[in-house]
Write a protein that binds this ligand. Structure first.
Ligand code: DX5
Ligand code: ZN
Length: 246
């Protein structure tokens, strides 16, 4: 399978001690640090922005997996790039018309582009951002089906425009919500189509829900309250990793 990335959501940390909380998670075995950026408009909550990413970057070399729950992600590319963000995951719901330019700008700032969808958004909406120009044959009995995927934006033709899909497993906005199992159909469909894609899940993940996500094909696991709320965060992180790697 694809390598597991366990990403504690720093939204559940003590923001007043962000640097030490980040280091504690890395010491507990975290691969990435998930940073939830909200604008109080795309979601009814307000968190952090580029200045906080910039401050944290001075204390750690870790991969900062930024999840942009904002209405205008384009406005955040330059500041977050300068601040030292590693991943830039925007929402497809607000980027339907300009994802080509957005992806291009994210890459030009040295960040890794990702796209996220809310629980109610169909998986088909991200396919145009993933497909490279290719021909694949599927053998169905004695009939060979040919599928052609075409990159819609010429600027990004020839490469995989987006390298990660974040399938939200709760309504974005707050930590500590209940995992929505019905979102797993999207993970399964995506994994079937893209065997080596990074597929991230976010919301309500912990020891009791990880097996559903892992067996559906998710390999990047965001976990806030289950990791920060546990007496032994290292144990939870290693349990999440084991489920994915099994
Ligand atoms: C929710 C955020 C999540 C959140 C997850 O909008 O995107 O990253 O922090 O928290 P838990 O794991 O507690 O559901
Ligand atoms: Zn998130």
């Amino acid at each position: 399978g694809v390598a597991a990335k366990i990403a504690p959501s720093m939204l559940s940390s003590d923001f007043a001690n962000l640097a030490s909380e980040a280091q504690r998670m890395l010491d507990c075995g975290a691969d990435w640090l998930h940073m939830d950026i909200m604008d109080g408009h795309f979601v009814p909550n307000l968190t952090i922005g580029a200045p906080v990413i910039e401050s944290l970057r001075k204390h750690t070399k870790a991969y900062l997996d930024c999840h942009l729950m904002v209405t205008n992600p384009l406005d955040y590319v330059e500041p977050l790039g300068k601040a030292g963000a590693s991943g830039f995951t925007f929402h497809v719901e607000v980027s339907r018309d300009n994802w080509g330019e957005l992806v291009q700008r994210i890459k030009s700032k040295g960040m890794r582009p990702g796209v996220s969808l809310k629980p109610g958004t169909p998986i088909e909406e991200v396919y145009p951002l993933l497909a490279r120009l290719m021909l694949s044959n599927r053998n169905m009995g004695n009939v060979v089906m040919y599928e052609v995927y075409v990159v819609h934006n010429l600027q990004v033709e020839g490469e995989n425009p987006v390298e990660m899909v974040l399938v939200m497993t709760v309504e974005p906005g707050f930590g500590g919500q209940k995992f929505m199992p019905e979102t797993m159909d999207k993970v399964r469909a995506l994994r079937k189509k893209y065997p080596s894609l990074d597929i991230e899940v976010d919301g309500g993940l912990g020891p009791s829900t990880i097996d559903m996500a892992a067996s559906a094909g998710a390999n990047c696991i965001v976990a806030g309250s289950s990791v920060f709320g546990a007496p032994d965060s290292a144990q939870v992180i290693s349990l999440l990793r084991k489920s994915v790697e099994e």
